[in-house]
Ligand binder design. Structure first.
Ligand SMILES: Nc1nc2c(ncn2[C@@H]2O[C@H](COP(=O)(O)OP(=O)(O)OP(=O)(O)O)[C@@H](O)[C@H]2O)c(=O)[nH]1
Length: 386
């Protein structure tokens, strides 16, 4: 493959402009952050460097020096931005040393090296170092925060670093000096390299948003036990019952209240009480199917909605949870805690709204509690008269 020199540079400039524009938009809509500022300045520095290259067919030594300085400065800024993004302390001495070494290397290669391939090699090796450094930075971060999206960033920087090294290798293989970077594999690699470089802003855009949206959603909709908060649960239950109405399917609701929970707090401490709630929630979640939902209505009150399930299936599940709760003790430093709960069960009758269903299950649960707890009671219309 032969890439026309002009097409190659125009494409590269375009990609970098898009990258800078995306970062600027993120800053406008997402708010100011030092890491974003570093990446934005880095993108514009790259644009200026590329324009110098585009406008001067045979660049003078001074413009070569300026162009390389801008490129290297942009990668140092990217590294500084990552430090800030990951909230890592930046070793100022180390960064100053890197800046001074890059400046000396740049000056040396501009003044004393005439061979293009050698210049490209030094330039690419220096940037590859930055890329591998960023990959290591994120890998170390990944070891403590197992966020899958981090693999995207690690992979991207490894890819950039390897592309740069291959670029050196292929450039050295080419005999025709004028075509060294624009023919075959080196040309493809260079394009891939600049695409990946431009792509990094999008990766960060999605990474930042993905992390924040998930975190906010988690905080807003789920509590520490992993159960849904009341409002979110009711919203989903409402959707579930509407769908059931439409399809003529059944929805079963189980209302659960832990028995004598106050005693656990009093005898084992509030922390053990919290652990007991999480222990209970874990047992419930281990028994749910995809499509079922689990919520917490208050202190030790929980609800489960079973999609496409009849009363018998819900009864079997409630009973299974009741038995497992009784069998699987929570181990605390003051000894084992055996939990029990009262279960009330109601099923959706294809009419009314979901609040009626909750009321019925709640009533059945009170009946179970009034019979001494550790019981499953199914709602019947007679319960209203009691
Ligand atoms: N540790 C802990 N305790 C909680 C939490 N939320 C509510 N509680 C406690 O749960 C207890 C509930 O007490 P009660 O409403 O009397 O219920 P109970 O002791 O389970 O009695 P019955 O429901 O009649 O069996 C109270 O002492 C609350 O302080 C929580 O998040 N963590």
């Amino acid at each position: 493959m032969v890439v026309d020199e002009l097409t190659y540079f125009v494409l590269t400039v375009l990609l970098t402009v898009v990258s800078a524009a995306v970062l600027t938009l993120i800053r406008i809509f997402h708010g100011q952050r030092p890491c974003l500022d570093c990446w934005i300045v880095a993108s514009y520095a790259q644009i200026v460097a590329l324009l110098i290259l585009l406008l001067q067919a045979t660049p003078s030594n001074s413009s070569l020096f300026l162009m390389n300085s801008l490129f290297w400065a942009s990668f140092i800024l990217i590294v500084v931005g990552h430090h800030n993004y990951l909230q890592l302390k930046l070793n100022r001495r180390f960064i100053s040393l890197v800046i001074v070494s890059y400046l000396i290397l740049n000056l040396y290669s501009t003044l004393f090296i005439n061979d293009t391939v050698q210049r490209v090699s030094i330039f690419s090796a220096a940037i590859a170092l930055c890329c591998f450094y960023c990959a290591v930075l994120y890998f170390r971060y990944f070891l403590n925060n197992h966020k899958p999206a981090l693999w995207l960033v690690i992979g991207l920087y490894l890819f950039l670093g390897i592309c740069l090294l291959l670029r050196i290798y292929f450039a050295r293989q080419q005999q025709d000096e004028s075509q060294q970077l624009l023919l075959g594999a080196p040309a493809l690699l260079s394009l891939a390299l600049f695409t990946a470089n431009a792509l990094q802003s999008y990766v960060f855009y999605f990474l930042m948003h993905w992390r924040q949206i998930i975190q906010l959603e988690q905080l807003a909709n789920y509590d520490v036990t992993g159960a849904m908060r009341r409002n979110y649960f009711i919203k989903l239950l409402d959707k579930m019952t509407r769908r059931a109405q439409f399809r003529g399917a059944e929805v079963a609701l189980i209302f659960i209240d832990l028995d004598r929970f106050k005693l656990i707090n009093d005898n084992y401490g509030h922390h053990s009480g919290d652990l007991a709630l999480q222990h209970f929630a874990q047992i419930v979640m281990n028994n749910l199917r995809v499509g079922d939902i689990f919520g917490r209505f208050g202190g030790e009150e929980f609800v489960i909605a079973l999609n496409n399930s009849n009363t018998q299936q819900a009864y079997a599940l409630a009973n299974r949870i009741r038995i497992q709760l009784h069998q699987q003790a929570l181990v605390t430093n003051k000894g084992k805690v055996y939990l029990s709960a009262s279960f009330g069960l109601a099923s959706y009758q294809h009419e009314g709204d979901c609040t009626e269903l909750i009321k019925q299950a709640d009533l059945a649960m009170y009946q179970a509690k009034s019979q001494g707890g550790n019981k499953v009671i199914i709602y019947t219309a007679e319960l209203n008269q009691q």
